[in-house]
Design a protein. Structure first.
Length: 294
């Protein structure tokens, strides 16, 4: 197998975790290569994400370091076996690489935690809402680029469906739902879509009200596989996303998400009839915002 010219974020992350595992075992590149039965140049390519590593070699390296966390090692093996290919592959060289990386991370996730202070999360947007955001002019792009980005975002939403769908926990600030983005009809459709999706068994939705504490100012997502240590924080930005995977960053953003969940309204409960919800829970607030749009 040839070397990857452009490794994905997830492939680079796997390489970084292998390097970390080797260094924690106190092994030089040459010693690590000997443990795994490969040349030094091979392990250098693995650690840069340019090639993968067999399960046997991952386990050999973990064993050399005395790792007893079989769950972590199994998750690392699974990460190393990922080809980087999926439905998003057809969009290579058509959308930004960061969008491809997000789709690949979501496809390999078991849990998605996201916080949005200004917009409805991408995985919960209607086509019309997504189009309104892209055409609002925050970033100078062509109509063709906008159409492609919208199409890509809507395909990403399929990750929430199916037997192996990850769990999504989204916290959205009330400001996002009161936005004048688009027409009243557009926002009515979007609010109804939120209610519909929040009743999926794998979706939890909370709204942070205006009368709550000062909101966390930046949108972010925590994308997690089977083990927390291999999670990634995606910090949103107008033109691109930033990825954080240092253990300290994971802990900080994990704490931040726990805090916004704590101060947000109680989530929609799919077992309770809509008319039974109070004004001070997430569904009650959405319904109150819907009323003048009907």
């Amino acid at each position: 197998m040839g070397l990857r010219a452009k490794p994905t974020y997830r492939q680079r992350r796997f390489g970084a975790e292998i390097r970390k595992l080797r260094e924690q075992a106190g092994l030089t590149v040459g010693e690590g290569a000997a443990v795994m039965g490969m040349r030094q140049s091979h392990i250098s390519n693995v650690e840069s994400g340019r090639t993968g590593l067999s399960p046997e070699r991952v386990r050999a390296l973990a064993g050399a370091g005395g790792s007893e966390d079989s769950t972590f090692v199994d998750a690392l093996v699974a990460m190393g076996q990922a080809s980087g290919k999926g439905w998003w592959t057809e969009y290579r060289d058509r959308v930004r690489p960061s969008l491809l990386d997000v789709a690949e991370l979501e496809a390999g996730a078991r849990a998605l935690h996201c916080y949005e202070p200004m917009f409805v999360p991408g995985l919960l947007q209607t086509p019309e809402y997504a189009a309104a955001i892209h055409r609002a002019g925050y970033v100078r792009t062509s109509r063709q680029e906008d159409d492609l980005a919208i199409e890509f975002r809507l395909k990403r939403q399929q990750v929430l469906l199916g037997e192996s769908a990850p769990r999504l926990h989204a916290v959205v600030h009330e400001a996002a739902l009161r936005s004048t983005l688009g027409s009243p009809r557009l926002m009515r459709s979007q609010l109804l879509r939120l209610i519909e999706l929040s009743r999926l068994p794998n979706v939890t939705l909370q709204i942070m009200p205006f009368d709550g504490p000062v909101p966390f100012g930046t949108s972010f997502s925590l994308v997690g596989p089977e083990v927390w240590e291999l999670s990634t924080v995606i910090v949103g930005h107008v033109e691109k996303s930033f990825y954080l995977d240092d253990r300290n960053d994971l802990a900080r953003y994990g704490d931040a998400f726990a805090k916004v969940c704590e101060v947000a309204l109680p989530p929609v409960d799919a077992t309770v009839l809509p008319e039974a919800h109070g004004a001070k829970d997430s569904l009650g607030l959405i319904q109150r915002l819907l009323y003048p749009l009907l």
